[in-house]
Design a protein around this ligand. Sequence first.
Ligand code: HEM
Ligand SMILES: Cc1cc2nc3c(=O)[nH]c(=O)nc-3n(C[C@H](O)[C@H](O)[C@H](O)COP(=O)(O)O)c2cc1C
Length: 497
Amino acid sequence: MAQVDGAEVAQHNTKKSCWIVLDSRVYDVTSFLLDHPGGAVVLLKNAGTDATTEFKKYHPLTYVKQLPAGSDLGPINPNTRTKLNKPKESTRPPADEFEAEKQIPHVSLCVSCPDFEKVAKSVLPRKSYTYASTSANYGLSLKGNLEDWGRITFRPRILRNVGDVDARRKIFGYSSPHPFYISPMGTLGAIHSEAELDVVRGAVRKGVHAVVSTASTRSTAQIADCHKEELQRCKGSPTELFFQYYMPVDRTKAIELIHIAKQAGYKGLWITVDTPVLGKRTTDRVLQAEEALAVGMDEEPASTWETGEDNAFAPAMGGRPGAGQLSPHTTWEDLVWVRKEWKGPIVLKGVQCAEDAKLALEYGLDGILLSNHGGRQLHTAPSSLMTLLEIKTYCPEVIGKLEIFLDGGLRDGADVLKALCLGATAVGVGRPYLYALAAYGAKGVERVTDILAEELAQGMRLLGVTSLDQLRPEMVNASRLLNEMWRPDSFSTRSKL
Ligand code: HEM
Ligand SMILES: Cc1cc2nc3c(=O)[nH]c(=O)nc-3n(C[C@H](O)[C@H](O)[C@H](O)COP(=O)(O)O)c2cc1C
């Protein structure tokens, strides 16, 4: 294929004709503009430029294979690179690229989880911070998640010899010094240049387990390799990786993804079930509209999958579902074929009522994660604590038979303790790890783990226990939440519970 001149590429910088250079090849992405799950604006901002660096923040280079046939126009003539346009800089690069440590507080000054958000906000590009912090509609699910932990109080016991405490917990037989794990979060390349790799490094150094997102920036195999390498360095670390699964629409791809996760050695499949379509990420929408206007477009039209039609796929950064990752058609019956493909433990991520917890047991699942996706999906969804109380009230048998996980709004070791008192196996922590990654990379991930572990151990002592097995429901007062818990009433059809 003939080489393409940089000056010619530079001229194709509009929505009528948009060319970009990726990894030394020129691509005509005009017909792809409205199909790009990340939106047309980001491509237009990079029109006529070498977008490789920007592209690699979000995608593996293999993504270019998804472009329509005929998009590859050939290699760029290396002598004409200087004639390319320069990318339009509208945001600061991620923190690690501008020597963040010189400009931000020392990591030891972050002493509680909420401290990391303040630092992250000051170093992240606005788009990335918006992506991380956004929640559904006008934010009540997120607010409920954060507040409900404070609405349960402890009933501590005294004089119990609490000199030594042991906070070890097993998730499906895999032991960790910590009863919490790192929740899966997609597109971490927008947060830190090392993305999921630094999450894994930090996790291994502290022995905390992690669940890796389908929508990760780095490939499943890269992340698994990084895990192995870090384990070599930190001999004896018990950290295991589990895989968060967004089910692709296409069955062949869906099975292929399960096999990729199996091949990479992930120990469990966390199937996300609270996202048949993407929630309304309001602040993201505002930002997208602003960006569209900045490059001379009216508000960007929603793609067909964004409006929840047939080919709805996985949520990605910025409130747009990403092609090929998420099926809105999934039903309980799909779990039957998934089980044939995946022999290890399976967890349903996003159970939000007692009826579904019971169904999960009937369908032979191994665990359930009570979660409303960090308040990013259904507006005014129940907090995971509320769902746990429902389960304890209406189908307590589920608790001994399935491993029970909770996530959403956990910001303190004491929150972890409350969940465990009420019967949780372990809990997931999301944004605090993401914000810490943004500001401090792997060091931040380590620091969050240390903070939670210290708060937890201290909480155990002050509560009067020395091991997690001693935690009991009567050690907390959940009356306020119980008062508000759902009850079958005359409006309900006969409950199956
Ligand atoms: C060349 C072919 C490209 C393909 C096939 C592609 C594909 C995708 C897909 C599938 C997603 C959804 C999330 C994911 O799966 O990771 C996405 C999101 C995104 N892409 Fe691309 N992409 C391409 C080019 C680019 C380029 C050149 C840039 C930047 C220079 C870019 C920036 C982004 C961003 C920022 C998002 C997330 C944005 C949001 O959700 O608001 N992409 N892209
Ligand atoms: C930025 C961000 C990205 C996320 N990406 C995913 C994802 O790819 N898959 C998924 O199942 N959950 C995803 N979640 C939800 C988390 O796994 C988890 O349920 C939630 O963050 C827990 O709440 P917390 O952030 O308040 O701790 C994401 C959450 C955030 C904040």
